[in-house]
Design a protein around this ligand. Sequence first.
Ligand code: PAF
Length: 288
Amino acid sequence: MQTAHSLDVLRNSIGKLRSGSNTIGLVPTMGALHEGHLTLIRRAREACDHVVASIFVNPTQFGPNEDLDAYPRQMEEDAAMLQSEGCALLWAPGVEVMYPGGPENFVTSISVRGVSEGLCGASRPGHFDGVATVVNKLFNQVQPDMAFFGEKDFQQLAVIRAMARDLDLTLPHVLSIIGVPTVREPDGLAMSSRNRYLSPTDRDAAATLPRAMKEAIARIEDGQDPSPTLAALEDELLGAGFSSVDYAVLADSASLAPLNRLSGNAARLLVAARIGGTRLIDNMAVAG
Ligand code: PAF
């Protein structure tokens, strides 16, 4: 596996990988890789001739009181994992390569209205602008045929799909955005780089999240009113040791507009809740 830290080396390496019209799959990450990321790499390997993974902890998607400095960084370990999964190229730009002059002097931002405004967008102002902008840069830099994102970050995936559609990135035969189902621990907790922040007690209690979500989904699919069902889900999380619930929402899968009841279209239950200072998010499909 080659590693590129500069745009010149990246372009040169991509040019070689592309020779003979080989296809390229991009897996954008912020590192601290786990089985969820490796599943994206495997999926990309099945679909494309070569896989490029990026590792960049993007400062513009972290709020002032968020965990940018504390975000786990383990470049050597990550590179070894990518190599053993058959990744062809690691794109690992520094902040000065991605934002020459510093993020504070970067004057362009992509803002995706609507889909980025509720849910995590409500409590993390500017987060999805940072995500959309850096993902757009990654697409321009690597020019992949396909890009792979986990459904664990369901709203992020919706924002990226909307941006790619509106900016004509997904014209036929240019770029396909592939969503890959969430990978879970044996007790159901969605894998996340942030799970490592959890104390052993909080880690045990965190498994209440997927369990309570499944129970709520079963009730909603059974015809119960979503509103009291979601209120009961919040109470269950608070009773299990979560300190707060940012949201527990039934939403349309495509627009992410909140739903008071099932409408026959694909729906999703999305939850964000805090435990021991760590914010966990999860989402699951709800049969219409
Ligand atoms: O999901 C992530 O790891 C990040 O938000 C992404 C897509 C790599 C953009 O920084």
